[in-house]
Write a protein that binds this ligand. Structure first.
Ligand SMILES: [Zn+2]
Length: 335
């Protein structure tokens, strides 16, 4: 008897589905209990004018994948991680980064179509669950995942449980004002941390350093509009002075913000997750630690660790969402 037949006979459901709904490309896959991604696929989110057409297409693409692992009887649940996902209402609410407007009950739409339990939470929360299940937070009970990519936010775990916050809105640390006379933010305010610590924030910092200093830099040979975080990270790897200064400034801002978060909940660690963290984290780690600790209350100085996630790219998005799927029952009982 092979493993699939065994699970069929014992009615165990050895797999879950993880779906990372992202601004440009959404990724989904079937994951086993050890965190192996058995199969995966992706779609271009912006190709779908509405969430219904997105849901139908993803379901169609899941059918052969599920057949490959032995049919729907082997699937325990599906988890969806999405920016602007509300952990309690299970909806995507007024997402700034999607063209679909209003409140979207994506979990119940998938549940109705697939006939399995489907949970949805915001991308920072599922990142915290994923890091706890498969990543750098294994064994930690109190930690904060800081997700940096197009935007930034936090997923918070206290005493081993995801902290949900009032009405499910938790971890919106990106839109705390850092500088009331600072950069305009996409949220409509001015000087939010996210307008410095994010893809657009980092590229703008590099452009400002190029404009207002005379340091030599490989970035000077690139049109300002073509400067990307990928390029800045590559230049930083090669020792470029402007790229490294961009990393130092960004890390310093994030570190200073973390002083307040660490003082409030005394986490064992922060874990940096998301694509920008993957690209830039190694250059930002030292300024983050310095920025966080130089203003910290003496008794708490150097007591909070900062880790870089070891999960990257599409696989991280799938694994994070799958961690929510594994926890679906416990997660629902928490509400
Ligand atoms: Zn903002």
């Amino acid at each position: 008897m092979d493993e699939r037949e065994f699970h069929k006979m014992t009615s165990l459901r050895p797999y879950v589905i993880g779906l990372g709904l992202r601004e440009k490309t959404s990724v989904f896959g079937i994951v086993d209990a050890l965190g192996n991604i058995i199969c995966k696929d992706h779609v271009t989110t912006t190709d779908y004018p509405d969430p219904t057409s997105f849901m139908f297409d993803v379901c169609d693409r899941l059918q052969p994948m599920v057949k490959q692992v032995g049919g729907w009887d082997t699937i325990k649940a599906m988890g969806i991680g999405a920016a602007s996902g509300n952990n309690i209402t299970q909806r995507i609410e007024n997402a700034a980064n999607l063209s679909w407007k209003g409140n979207i009950s994506l979990a119940s739409m998938f549940q109705g179509r697939l006939g399995i339990a489907v949970s949805l939470a915001n991308d920072c929360t599922v990142a915290a669950m994923g890091e706890m299940t498969y990543g750098a937070a294994r064994g930690l009970k109190d930690f904060i995942c800081v997700l940096v990519n197009g935007g930034m936010g936090a997923g918070i775990v206290l005493n081993g449980l995801i902290f949900m916050g009032n009405k499910g809105r938790v971890g919106e640390v990106g839109h705390v004002t850092l500088n009331p006379n600072g950069r305009p933010c996409t949220c409509g305010k001015v000087g939010c941390i996210e307008s410095y610590v994010s893809r657009r924030g980092i590229t703008q910092t590099a452009r400002e350093l190029l404009a207002f200093t005379s340091k030599p830099s490989a970035l000077r040979s690139v049109a300002p509009a073509d400067i990307t975080v990928e390029l800045i990270a590559k230049c930083a790897d090669e020792g470029d002075a402007i790229a490294l200064e961009t990393m130092r400034k960004t890390g310093d801002i994030l570190g200073h913000a973390m002083t307040a978060w660490a003082s409030l909940v005394a986490p064992e660690a922060f874990i940096l997750v998301g694509e920008v963290s993957s690209l830039c984290g190694r250059h930002m780690l030292e300024p983050i630690l310095t920025g966080m600790n130089e203003n910290m209350f003496d008794a708490m100085k150097w007591s909070t660790k900062v880790y870089l996630s070891t999960l990257h790219g599409d696989d991280a998005s799938i694994l994070y969402a799958s961690a929510l799927a594994w926890k679906t029952k416990e997660y629902e009982l928490l509400l």
